[in-house]
Design a protein around this ligand. Structure first.
Ligand SMILES: [Zn+2]
Length: 129
């Protein structure tokens, strides 16, 4: 049986190192992705995973996802499994994974529009500063 306390410390250390790397410099997509994954792994070690709301598959890394479908409607998920995430990404103009300020956004190549949510986040961020 693994020593769960030790596992947690290892993941906490990885998480803190990832935060330290992402902090201070401009957060690139790769850094944001690493930060999301590290945070989700730490949450998994502490609280366990989740269930995909679409197919009920077990999900290890619970990362909230928002998508804007091609009809302009927004959909929000507590988490998605890898298969449903790729499906939603394929159906959507915009796919956003976000925890706090760590954000990874995918846009379909043919989507040229701007979305209101993006503007709102910018406004909220500049209001904090
Ligand atoms: Zn699923």
């Amino acid at each position: 049986m693994p020593d769960t306390k030790k596992v947690r410390e290892v993941h906490l250390q990885e998480y803190l190192e990832t935060v330290a790397l992402a902090h201070g410099e401009e957060t690139t997509a790769a850094k944001a992705k690493a930060l999301l994954k590290s945070h989700a792994e730490l949450q998994f070690q502490r609280h366990g995973g989740g269930k995909c709301p679409m197919c009920r598959a077990s999900v290890r890394h619970v990362i909230p996802v928002r998508t804007m479908h091609q009809d302009g409607t927004w959909h929000r998920y507590n988490c998605l499994c890898g298969r449903c995430f790729e499906g939603e990404k394929g159906l959507s103009h915009v796919t956003i994974m976000q925890i706090g300020d760590a954000r990874v956004e995918y846009r379909s190549p043919d989507y040229k529009g701007t979305d209101d949510q993006r503007g709102k986040n910018r406004a909220a961020r500049s209001a904090k500063a």
